[in-house]
Design a protein around this ligand. Sequence first.
Ligand SMILES: Cc1cc2nc3c(=O)[nH]c(=O)nc-3n(C[C@H](O)[C@H](O)[C@H](O)COP(=O)(O)OP(=O)(O)OC[C@H]3O[C@@H](n4cnc5c(N)ncnc54)[C@H](O)[C@@H]3O)c2cc1C
Length: 404
Amino acid sequence: MAVETAAYAEQTDIQRDITEMVRQFVDEQIIPNAEKYDHEDSFPEPIVEQMKELGLFGVTIPEEYGGMGLDLTTYAMIVEELSRGWISISGVVNTHFIGSYLLMKFGTDEQKEYFLPKMATGEIRAAFSLSEPEVGSDVQGIKATAKKGDDGSWELNGQKMWVTNGLGSGVVFVLMKSDPKADPPYKGMTCFITEKEPWKEVNEGDFAGLNVPPKIKKMGYKGVESTELVYDGYRCPPERVLGGEEEGVGQGFVQMMDALEVGRVNVAARGVGIGQRALELALRYSQERKTFGKPIAAHQAIQFKLADMATQLEAARLVTRKAARMKDAGERSDLEAGMAKLLASETGKFCVEESFRIHGGYGYSKEYEIERLYRDAPLLLIGEGTSEIQRMVIGKKLLQRHKI
Ligand SMILES: Cc1cc2nc3c(=O)[nH]c(=O)nc-3n(C[C@H](O)[C@H](O)[C@H](O)COP(=O)(O)OP(=O)(O)OC[C@H]3O[C@@H](n4cnc5c(N)ncnc54)[C@H](O)[C@@H]3O)c2cc1C
């Protein structure tokens, strides 16, 4: 049951056409098949192949490189629709989108020409790697290193953690410590564009020294793999420093934090999408299930739940679109992206839990879709910065903007 979100949808004709197209794809291909892939925890290859045909890997990549050349706002609308179907599907494109953003904003011409056309078609997918076994929130604490060798290449060593698309990707944008003595540490960090063989656990030849341990077993967010990555003497040519050696060495932290800003809008859109689906399921179930001689939707307590879900969802959608539009307009949107990520991920989780309660005992059964949503939603509270970290970002930015 699709729910009309708002009479005043604020969409251009292109945005309306593309979101309708994606919604139809989600209703026909993703929702009916998500349960199978979730249950098997297997990669949804046929769905991903269709996404390539629809051009969904190149939404924001400029047309000159074979993409659609659309903006972050349109991308956020697409992510919302995909996440309404299954957040793992948006997971397949999200780190890819962040990688293409990094290239478009900071890459050299050669880097753009080499990677973007292949990324626009989905021929290769991108992963984005900051986290390590001992470091997530405190990115300046990473330990993996990059050392310049006599032959001019960089030797990468260290372990990365929680890499979405870690196995299936053909390129990983990875943050390394290139100057361990830098003070503050962020000035000694560099982003390397590391190529690898997709779906290969042990790489050889030019990519030797980059290995992928077995995927991490998770409570939800199945289908898309999360892995560790082990860099063990991997040689990265100097032309694969993001932005080139001259411009890029020591800039990795700033580049990655910039990318996280759009990544946060991206996660916010996923929160809205999963919340939307939870509301749809609740609206349907509450009109079907009867207690005390009437549909549970006729009980005011249930109506209040539906009202709170729909209201919070609408607010989350608006703040997400505002953050995206500000970024598209070239304005600073770090505060708004943090607010969107915080509100929308918490709202997504809230709506899923309320819908779960409305489903009563059946919500606990694998026969009902809400059970999968209940396992998927908590990820949004963690990825791209936890809710605690968002509050820290928002508080800091507020004080900077309103310094007395
Ligand atoms: C399924 C999944 C996919 C992921 N994909 C990626 C990916 O593709 N690439 C990538 O780089 N990372 C990825 N991550 C990692 C994710 O970004 C981190 O898990 C997240 O940033 C939190 O880091 P942490 O797990 O190390 O928690 P920690 O940083 O150890 O935090 C633990 C707890 O302490 C709180 N906390 C930490 N510092 C403070 C503070 N100063 N004040 C108050 N509270 C604080 C946190 O909010 C949290 O509640 C993924 C994670 C998951 C679960």
